[in-house]
Design a protein around this ligand. Sequence first.
Ligand SMILES: Nc1ccn([C@@H]2O[C@H](COP(=O)(O)OP(=O)(O)OP(=O)(O)O)[C@@H](O)[C@H]2O)c(=O)n1
Ligand SMILES: O=C(CO)[C@H](O)[C@H](O)COP(=O)(O)O
Length: 429
Amino acid sequence: MELGPPGGSGPAEPGPRLRGLRGADAAASASSLSRFGAEAGCRASAVAAVLPAGGSGERMGVPTPKQFCPILERPLISYTLQALERVSWIKDIIVAVTRENMETMKGIIQRYQHKRISLVEAGVTRHRSIFNGLKALAEDQPNCRLSKPEVVIIHDAVRPFVEEDVLLKVVTAAQEHGASGAIRPLVSTVISPSADSCLDHSLERARYRASEMPQAFLFDVIYDAYQQCSDYDLEFGTECLHLALKYSHIKAKLVEGSPDLWKVTYKRDLYAAESIIKERISQKVCVVMDTKEDEEHVGHCLEEMLKTELNHVKVTSGQDLQQIILEQCYNFVCVNVMTSDFEETQRLLNMVEESNLSILYPVVVISVHFLDYESVPLGQKMEKVMQIREFAKEAKKRNILLSGLLIYFPQLCSAESHGYRWSKGAKMK
Ligand SMILES: Nc1ccn([C@@H]2O[C@H](COP(=O)(O)OP(=O)(O)OP(=O)(O)O)[C@@H](O)[C@H]2O)c(=O)n1
Ligand SMILES: O=C(CO)[C@H](O)[C@H](O)COP(=O)(O)O
């Protein structure tokens, strides 16, 4: 079905523009945002985010507020923070949490090494929590510790699957129009019941949209709106874009969001979120190489091949393994070209074990070895490589599925001092 124009969203009037970024359009790149950060001067960091996380999750029907509910052992809010942290041009992330959950939140930040986070106390409604977050960023507040951003993103802590491209779209549109928000087509028709629970009227579905998150605003636009709005708005309002329209007279630019932007609300949403996370996990692989920064290393060739099949392929020579494990990578290929020992693989297994990653979901490790029969006698080398079986037996007890892969093509390898190189046309056996 073709969708009609969203109800009530006529052509947006030109709104206030971001100082220093005149003419930025929807195609502005992330790098232009980072550049803006530098241009805007020392006081301003260009973009900050406010995450309301002070709700009690009544509709979820469990004692733990939904933002702290575990998905694969990790609290939901940690996934949302990770999604925002990955975006380098978001300088500060302000999270509003209730006083009673402050310590829990600090523990999550520490456990998952979240960066650029500041905590503020939540209010009794979502709007009040957001307002508290904005106050922490405003210059006119006493003891303001953070710098006022030009643009602020508002995003619910319980929408973990926000991607950089939609964040960029709303921020760029907010720069141009003053306010912007992600929308989705309605899945059900909206109807209005009368007092006696009979149908009063129904809306033409194709003309309306569901308002989702993230939303972005020129900071002054949304802060002015919150300062002016009534107690009624703060108590019962559900829409920040509406506050910007009502009090700052800004017509938000609406941008199409992805289906994954939905808000975790009911218990079944936790199961849906878990499935999405598992699907993403299966799309993520890390190739661990035993040498550094060698462009011809087999690890890089493997990366190129895997990229055609999988969404997230990371190559490392080991220094950032801890972080990669923390970001929930469950698939590893450990490429050993320099040695037939298992030191690298063993190190990886130890780190995986310490992280408890495999408690709920098996971690897959493939240890790849190249057989150089010219430098070491075959029997001796094979004996070493066969030790993998013992490692695998032990690893399996801890839900780590370890396999060994022996690659034997001596005619295609050259024993150069810096290790074996992958030769064009070589085939893995
Ligand atoms: N006083 C409040 C209420 C809500 N929120 C946050 O606003 C977001 C969206 O709100 P909602 O889905 O309604 O969360 P809850 O209020 O927790 O859920 P419920 O309405 O089912 O109680 C959530 O991240 C929630 O933690 C908040 O920061 N402060
Ligand atoms: O979608 C949204 C903005 O349009 C908000 O997430 C939603 O309005 C939050 O409201 P509530 O706390 O009542 O669920």
